[in-house]
Design a protein around this ligand. Structure first.
Ligand code: GDP
Ligand code: IMO
Ligand code: MG
Length: 424
């Protein structure tokens, strides 16, 4: 019985959704442990595309119970829409539970997110403007609204009043922005509370009981290791914990209950928003990858920055997550390139280093040192067995293993659930 964490090993959008769906066939419980609707997780089954933002990607498997974990932040209108969309596909919310501890994103969080980005100007983080940072900031400041408060009309009323008493002052006096109306917010959000109430539950107890019964639990991370609040490229990070440790924080399970930590890595690297990106390609090869990989955001539609695979980043990911193995995705996107490069080390201040400098300002000064491997031109989207890959693809995969010391156990060669290869 392997309880598995699916964690992004880069800067997000590594195809975690696809891998969660793929592994979901054997899971009993699937729990998302961090982030909010800054996430966009895509699953393609039989040509039909599903985009998940808050709800775990496991919903497509009828045998699974799905949980929005303690570590998530929930935007009620977005959740309501996501549930309606799923209902349209005949997928009922009966199999969804929402943690009473999860926090609610309120309209003022989105406003503060936008105002802060505007205030920062050139130094903006490039957030998804979904109110994620301000919602987690309120959680840490102990003024957040949890699901348990949200579904109790008296508590909701009080929490809104307490928050607006201060936030309206800041909005009007610091930012010169309009104030929010307490009654209107309460009326609108009470309607969402009615939808959430039947799904709210003590989800860490449910997860614990499932564990005790020997059920298989899949932990779905959002974002990626390099976007982690503590371990990412601060301050150009998100405000939650995408790393594997976040699976404990965001669901209430203990570290010893996690068996497999699978790092999802694209066969190259992408990043959305600002911040250091040593292997970024600002040339025709970068454009080639962006177009071949349709590298435009699932959530915001922004063009993703593209670059070569960075083994220094992957080594770091292996370290801070305790990765047991990798899933390498979007391998097909590199098809047609004469050669493919992998960054094996950085040259920092004249010194070659295989580990990431702890200070991100220092990383900005580092220059990637590449290994160049022969590319492949064969169409690999139909490959379903590892043996059937062209030799150069296998050499590329072996090189990743050699540089990181972590085995690649899953490979993905297309968006569809079926376009997945498991190595025994
Ligand atoms: P996530 O946020 O980590 O779940 O990833 P996203 O869904 O934001 O982005 C991954 C994108 O790549 C989605 O559009 C997927 O449908 C697509 N995708 C997933 N795996 C593959 C693959 O192996 N090859 C190709 N070409 N596309 C893939
Ligand atoms: P999934 O789960 C890629 C990035 C934003 C920005 C930074 C902070 O689909 O992999 P935030 O709105 O979280 O305060 O923005 O984090 N970001 C993501 N990038 N994939 C994501 O999610 C992301 N979620 C946030 O672009 O740079
Ligand atoms: Mg995504």
């Amino acid at each position: 019985m392997a309880n598995t964490v699916v964690v992004g090993a880069q800067w997000g959008d590594e195809a975690k959704g696809k891998v969660v769906d793929f592994l979901g066939r054997n899971a009993d419980v699937i729990v998302r442990y961090n982030g909010g609707n800054n996430a966009g997780h895509t699953v393609v089954v039989d040509g039909q595309t599903f985009k998940f933002h808050l709800v775990p990607c496991g919903m497509l498997w009828p045998q699974t119970l799905n949980i929005i974990g303690d570590g998530e932040v929930i935007d009620p209108p977005v959740l309501a829409k996501e549930l309606d969309t799923l209902a349209g596909y005949g997928i009922s919310s009966d199999r969804l539970k929402i943690s009473l501890n999860a926090h609610i994103i309120m309209p003022y969080h989105q406003t503060f997110d936008r105002l802060e980005e505007e205030r920062k100007g050139e130094k903006a983080i490039g957030t998804t403007s979904r109110g994620i940072g301000p919602a987690y900031a309120d959680k840490a400041s102990r003024v957040g609204i949890r699901v348990a408060d949200f579904i109790d009309p008296v508590r909701l009323r009080t929490r809104i009043a307490e928050n607006l008493a201060f936030k309206n002052e800041v909005l009007t006096k610091v930012y010169g922005a309009p104030a929010f109306d307490e009654q209107a917010m309460f009326d609108e959000y009470s309607a969402y509370a009615d939808k959430i109430r039947p799904l709210a539950a003590n989800t860490n107890l449910i997860t614990h009981q499932a564990y005790k019964q020997g059920k298989e639990i899949l932990f779905e991370g959002a974002q990626g290791t390099l976007l982690d609040l503590d371990y990412g490229t601060y301050p150009f990070v998100t405000s939650s914990h995408p790393i594997a440790g976040g699976a404990c924080l965001g669901t209430g399970v203990g570290p010893k209950q996690l068996d497999r930590i699978i790092g999802i890595a694209k066969a190259y690297t992408t990043r959305v928003g600002a911040g250091v990106f040593p292997t970024e390609l600002l040339d025709a090869t970068g454009d080639f990858i962006r177009e071949a990989g349709h590298e435009y955001g699932t959530t915001t539609g922004r063009a993703r920055r593209c670059g070569w695979l960075d083994a220094v980043v992957l080594r770091y990911s292996a370290m801070v997550n305790g990765l047991t193995d990798f899933a390498v995705t979007l391998l097909d996107v590199l098809t047609g390139l004469e050669t493919v490069k992998v960054c094996r080390a950085y040259m920092c201040d004249g010194v070659e280093t295989e580990t990431l400098p702890a200070d991100w300002e220092a990383v900005k000064q580092c220059v990637p040192i590449y290994d160049e491997l022969p590319g492949w031109s064969e169409d690999i989207t139909g490959v379903r067995k590892y043996e059937d890959f062209p030799a150069n693809v296998k050499a590329y995969v072996s090189h990743i293993e050699k540089l990181t010391g972590v085995e690649v156990k899953i490979l993905s060669v297309g968006p569809d659930r079926m376009a997945t290869i498991v190595r025994e």
